[in-house]
Design a protein around this ligand. Structure first.
Ligand SMILES: NC(=O)c1ccc[n+]([C@@H]2O[C@H](COP(=O)([O-])OP(=O)(O)OC[C@H]3O[C@@H](n4cnc5c(N)ncnc54)[C@H](OP(=O)(O)O)[C@@H]3O)[C@@H](O)[C@H]2O)c1
Length: 274
């Protein structure tokens, strides 16, 4: 990536992406990260060898790409203070903030910006992220490639062509790590009732999820077929799956994901002040 990239915010998400970029061969000297606090920046500078700055405007002055990686609650004040620099520099702006739509951020930055909005998830912090990306009409194909490369540094990327679909992305990947953690909790509790030590149950459940995910990722068979392959007629797995179907697990998941997407939509309205 021949671009100069500035991260506004140097917290968990920014550090993970920067780490991934450097691991994938991006030159640290092309990356700048900002935060209000010098000591936090000193740590990231020492660890990753990038440039740092406590002045957001100075850091944007020569950037080709600006990644907005601050908390959604302070995004408005951060963007409004950057408006003149961004209007002068016209970089590609990528926001990873949950719940804030591209138009709102674009307006806070003075309008007419090439904007990509990204919905990442927490496994990005360990390199197994799944991000949904949306670009507004100002983003060129080359800039799309830059955004793809950026988020692929911490996982996989899927583009959506309508911004509203990022609410569905929130339901299927943004919030979804927690669904699996709930499953681990429930499986551990149930296994303990069946007599296993909690630590043994946890280890087995997590490894099984990792194994199932890896099989699903590597196989050309769909999940329904893979599931069927584990079930022999009259066997143990069939009994468990039958029970889950009768208990309406699918409906529970569908309702939960709908509630998640609805909440994402409502939060976007609250955060944009509309
Ligand atoms: N973590 C995730 O898995 C995840 C998932 C999806 C989306 N996101 C989104 O990613 C964004 C960042 O999340 P995070 O978890 O990385 O948060 P974080 O660890 O709290 O990082 C926020 C960073 O912004 C800095 N900051 C605060 N005020 C600033 C200012 N005025 N100018 C420049 N930098 C400033 C903070 O510095 P100080 O520490 O000194 O305040 C910190 O370095 C959020 O918008 C969040 O919605 C995160």
């Amino acid at each position: 990536m021949a671009n100069k990239i500035t991260f506004i915010g140097a917290g968990n998400m920014a550090s993970a992406i920067i780490g991934g970029l450097i691991d994938s061969g991006v030159e640290p000297s092309t990356i700048t990260a900002t935060a209000p606090n010098d000591s936090e920046l000193a740590a990231i500078k020492q660890r990753l060898g990038i440039n740092t700055d406590t002045d957001n405007n100075a850091a944007v002055a020569e950037a080709d790409v600006v990644v907005l990686a601050v908390k959604p609650q302070i995004m408005r004040s951060v963007c409004e203070a950057l408006r003149d620099s961004v209007q002068r520099q016209q970089p590609l702006v990528i926001s990873i903030a949950a719940g804030l739509d591209a138009d709102t951020i674009d307006q806070w930055l003075g309008g007419q910006n090439a904007m990509v909005r990204c919905m990442p998830n927490t496994p990005s912090l360990v390199g197994y992220g799944a991000s949904g990306l949306y670009a507004n009409g100002k983003v060129s194909d080359a800039q799309r490639d830059v955004a793809t490369q950026l988020m692929e540094a911490v996982g996989i990327v899927e583009w959506v062509e309508e911004e509203a679909l990022l609410d569905a992305v929130t339901a299927v990947s943004g919030s979804a790590p927690a669904y699996f953690f709930l499953m681990f909790e429930a499986m551990e509790e149930a296994a303990v009732k069946l007599g296993l030590p909690a630590a043994t149950a946890r280890r087995l459940a997590i490894q099984t999820a990792l194994g199932a995910a890896t099989m699903a990722q590597q196989s050309d068979k769909d999940p329904a077929t893979l599931k069927q392959n584990v079930m022999s007629p009259g066997g143990t797995t069939e009994r468990a799956i039958q029970h889950m179907e009768e208990a309406q697990l699918r409906t529970t998941i569908a309702d939960a994901m709908q509630a998640c997407a609805d909440r994402a939509q409502a939060m976007a309205k609250e955060l944009s002040g509309s």
